[in-house]
Ligand binder design. Structure first.
Ligand code: SAM
Length: 258
């Protein structure tokens, strides 16, 4: 009997309808290359594998790695390790040299969701789609637009990298053990239209981090170090970080990097 490990954010999906909906969203087919983060006991794994030729699993919990290795299922490749150390770019580049799109999927451990989302950004050039279950509040922040109280550094940094949509809301009752929070499934498609240089990306990171460093303060204060180079309007100087659009942050990043 496996006791769910809190430190690994283990909440196992039980609701068959929700499992079916998530698998349909991933839409597996034999040509596709899929890696699942945190298979647990396989709520998504087994239905996915039934439509795929091969499936990579990435799992940190040694007991679960043994569980999957003992099953010896055809097409299944189990990788033991911490997702935050896994090189998704290399994985996708190796897979995409063959036919078929590359997808990263999973019902993620919520305790590492932000670092994981940022970690995955390094692989956007080679990954076609990500489908993740996350804490609903995090998904709301990912997709929030300027003017909303959910609009944050996460929103800007991810929206310049992905087109994202919340595709399914999932209540705590769908899991065992039940999490204390609501969950949601997000679909993330890397954007090919946002071609910023590394220099511009790093300027974006700097200006966005500074702007959101003290949410309640005006940009006149938070962006003091940049104002001579950014030519903020009088209105912008009195605005807060959450009122500035993604496009405007990108303009500032380009100006800083110029
Ligand atoms: N996919 C299963 C399901 O839907 O029932 C389990 C989901 S559970 C929320 C998260 C899974 O991620 C667990 O299997 C857990 O052991 C694994 N996990 C947690 N932290 C991890 C990490 N840093 N790297 C890889 N896997 C991790």
């Amino acid at each position: 009997m496996h006791r769910a490990r809190k430190r690994f954010g283990q909440h196992f999906l039980q609701d068959n309808e929700i499992i079916y909906s998530i698998v349909s969203l991933i839409n597996p087919n034999p040509d596709m290359h899929v890696i699942e983060i945190g298979p647990g006991f396989g709520a998504l794994t087994l239905p996915l594998l039934s439509s795929l030729d091969h499936l990579d699993l990435l799992e940190i919990d040694r007991d679960l790695v043994v569980f999957w290795n003992n099953k010896n299922l055809k097409g299944l490749n189990v990788i033991e390790g911490d997702v935050l150390n896994f090189n998704f770019l290399e994985w996708a580049q190796n897979r995409s040299s063959r036919i078929g799109v590359c997808k990263v999927v999973g019902n993620l451990p919520y305790n590492i969701s932000s670092p994981l989302l940022f970690h995955l950004v390094a692989a956007t050039s080679a990954i076609d789609e990500q489908v993740f279950m996350l804490q609903a509040e995090v998904v709301e922040r990912m997709i929030a637009t300027a003017g909303s109280s959910d609009f944050s550094r996460l929103s800007v940094m991810l929206q310049t990298r992905y087109n994202m949509e919340l595709v399914l809301k999932v209540p705590p009752e769908a899991f065992d053990p039940k999490p204390k929070v609501n969950s949601a499934v997000v679909r993330m498609i890397p954007r090919k239209d946002f071609n910023l240089t590394d220099f511009q990306r790093s300027a974006l990171e700097k200006v966005v981090t500074a702007a959101f460093s003290q949410r309640r303060k005006m940009l006149r204060t938070n962006l003091r170090a940049f104002t001579d180079r950014l030519h903020l309007t009088e209105f912008e100087l009195k605005s807060r970080a959450q009122d500035i659009s993604v496009d405007r942050y990108v303009e500032w990043a380009k100006a800083l990097a110029a």
